[in-house]
Design a protein around this ligand. Structure first.
Ligand SMILES: [Ca+2]
Length: 375
């Protein structure tokens, strides 16, 4: 079912994403169907690491201001732009789904220091035979009237246009590529050669959850993720503080240059980077901004924070269901952290309090994850 929605979504060219906000795609695909059905196709067994906290750090828990990002950080980015340069409208209008900032407490937990890598995920697949959503065959019965030749498994890949384009149509840089999946991140001609230390991508939510279960872990709640990303700092714009580029140096793998056609790689990386290429935050966590978006376990709603308990919300795990007015009927979970495609021109959601969202049956080239474990 999930595969069908992937196909029909792109075939219908009905991508909505976050065009209205001017902020970039946490690629969502699927017009109408739940993908709670996208549970693992293969048995998930032989967990080798139950109780293991290797490559994890203990996050102490505590209270923090959740949401944002702070206006000072957004203003600072605006002032750094060249006159006439496009700007993510979120920087001008704010991020309504990340408001209001509210007080939250989370209990201690353990978190992966790095995003789950291709090497990690390959180990899981080798042990279990798991087949990801993007690799599963499409059932013609789910597509009455569709050309069977077009019902080919695949996923969503960023393909940079050859020239400048208007930023109002993400189909100019996102394509559904048959054969794209975690083993072939940029399409069937690509492979994992020299990419085993890169974050695994093209995973639907169920694919990430299956790995987490197998490893004796779980996906983080959005509150846990944000608390951890802040690294002990309070109400800052980034995991490392308030300055986007301390001493002129990039602290995360995002997108510089003219989006989407000209990535100057001023941060050292054009496209995705191996995990852990930048300094960790105060909790020794790497890549809590940029590189790839990370799945969280909360359902996405834009009004979640308006429902927060006052004066303090304890261990929030999100709303009971999903609703995105941009794409009603498509169940979505939260994405956090932004990606290598986040740009101040189009998507500035590497800012720490901002939020992303993704249809649960859909991965893409810039969505990955990491896991947590309760004590
Ligand atoms: Ca980059």
């Amino acid at each position: 079912m999930s595969a069908s929605t992937r196909y029909s979504y792109w075939a219908a060219q009905s991508l909505v994403l976050m065009i209205a906000s001017g902020c970039g795609p946490s690629t969502s695909i699927d017009p109408a169907k739940s993908s709670a059905q996208t549970s693992s196709a293969a048995p998930v067994s032989n967990p080798p690491t139950q109780g293991n906290t290797e490559r994890m750090v203990r996050i102490p828990g505590g209270e923090f201001w959740m949401g944002g990002p702070p206006q000072t950080s957004m203003t600072a980015i605006q002032e750094s732009l060249t006159p006439g340069e496009p700007v993510c409208s979120g920087l001008l209008q704010g991020f309504p789904d990340a408001a209001p900032t509210h007080r939250v407490r989370v209990d201690p937990f353990w978190m992966d220091t790095h995003e789950v890598s291709n090497r990690d995920y390959a180990r899981f697949v080798e042990a279990t035979g798991y087949i990801t959503v993007a690799e599963r065959a499409l059932n013609p019965a789910d597509f009455p009237g569709a050309d069977p030749a077009l019902l080919v498994p695949g996923s969503v890949v960023f393909v940079a246009p050859s020239e400048p384009v208007a930023l109002n149509n993400p189909f100019q840089w996102w394509r559904y590529l048959p054969g794209a999946n975690w083993r072939h991140p940029e399409g069937p001609q690509s492979s994992l050669t020299n990419r085993f230390d890169y974050p695994v991508v093209h995973l639907a939510y169920a694919d990430a959850e299956a790995y987490a279960r197998w490893s004796g872990k779980r996906l983080p709640t959005e509150a846990e993720w944000e608390f951890a990303a802040r690294g002990g700092l309070d109400q800052k714009g980034y995991p490392w503080g308030d300055d986007l580029m301390p001493k002129g140096h990039w602290q995360a793998n995002v997108f510089q240059g003219r989006f989407p056609d000209s990535d100057t790689a001023a941060d050292g990386f054009k496209g995705c980077a191996p995990t852990g290429q930048f300094a960790p935050n105060g909790y020794e966590l790497y890549d809590m901004a940029g590189n790839v978006w990370e799945w969280c376990s909360d359902w996405y709603r834009p009004d979640t924070y308006h429902q927060a308990s006052l004066p303090l919300t304890l261990n929030p795990s999100g709303p009971p269901d999903s609703f995105d007015p941009d794409e009603p009927g498509i169940p979505k979970r939260v994405h956090r952290g932004g990606s290598f495609l986040c740009s101040v021109q189009y998507c500035s959601r590497f800012l720490i309090g901002s939020r992303g969202k993704g249809a649960i049956d859909t991965g893409s080239l810039h969505v990955g994850f990491r896991c947590v474990r309760s004590p």
